[in-house]
Design a protein around this ligand. Structure first.
Ligand SMILES: O=C[C@H](O)[C@H](O)[C@H](O)COP(=O)(O)O
Length: 232
């Protein structure tokens, strides 16, 4: 089975958790896109839900699929967020932000009672860090911010190259919030909560892609079927 079919299966399993009347966080990326499409089918069949998109891309998808939208200014709390991830470890710590949406994704996940992480099972890892850690930064003072990040990495026992993300057009990638992303190639993050805490206090860092204690359940689709893992 191809990867895209697995992503759709994970999305379909998460959809089973959606109830009439729910306020939903709508994730970003190729897996979350399947969820939005499947949710649209439910809405067209009469289900009443309302969603908060985590990116302009997801907003456009949701509108195309007929999913009614709101904002976190109109509702301050969501029942459930369904989103993808770039890596998931056994404690359901996540690396997110491969698509550049980590800031809104984290705000939306933090405003939700539960977060279901949907993925093909290649995202399930022993230790986070093979996927470069996205860190959303303010362009002002970038060199100083990167130096502070390097010190945080050293304190957390990791190191690696930092690369400012570029888009397909070769220009610096700009997030929906108008910031840049530094991808940190760390290889292996032994203590994700510690690194998350160290990065969070750096002034030029807007947000980082370590999601700690936010994922409630992971739905992993693989060749052997679907596995649902709850955070302990
Ligand atoms: O910024 C993007 C998000 O964090 C995505 O949820 C993540 O990159 C996973 O995307 P995909 O489902 O396309 O692998």
């Amino acid at each position: 089975m191809d990867m895209d079919a697995l992503k759709r299966q994970a999305a379909a399993r998460a959809l089973e958790e959606v109830r009439d009347g729910m306020k939903l966080g709508l994730g970003t990326g190729s897996t979350a896109k399947h969820f939005v499409e499947l949710l649209g089918e439910k809405v067209r069949a009469g289900m009443k839900v309302i969603g908060v998109p985590t990116s302009e891309a997801t907003r456009a998808d949701a509108i195309r699929c007929g999913v009614p939208l709101t904002t976190l200014d109109e509702v301050d709390h969501l029942d459930l967020t369904v989103d993808g991830a770039d890596e998931i470890d056994h404690a359901l710590n996540l690396i997110k932000g491969g698509g550049g949406a980590l800031l809104r994704e984290k705000i939306v996940a933090a405003a939700s009672d539960r977060m279901i992480v949907i993925a093909d099972d290649s995202k399930w890892v022993e230790v986070l860090g093979r996927f470069p850690l996205p860190v959303e930064v303010i362009p002002f003072g970038l060199a100083a911010t990167e130096a502070a990040m390097a010190r945080a990495f050293a304190q957390a026992g990791v190191s690696g190259q930092m690369i400012v993300r570029k888009g397909k057009d070769g220009h610096v990638f700009v997030t929906d919030g108008g910031h840049w992303i530094v991808d940190a190639h760390l290889g292996r993050i032994g203590d994700p909560p510690r690194l998350a805490g160290l990065l969070s206090v750096i002034p030029g860092v807007v947000e980082h892609g370590l999601f700690i204690g936010l994922g409630s359940v992971a739905v992993l689709a693989g060749a052997q079927g679907i596995r649902v893992v709850e955070r302990r």
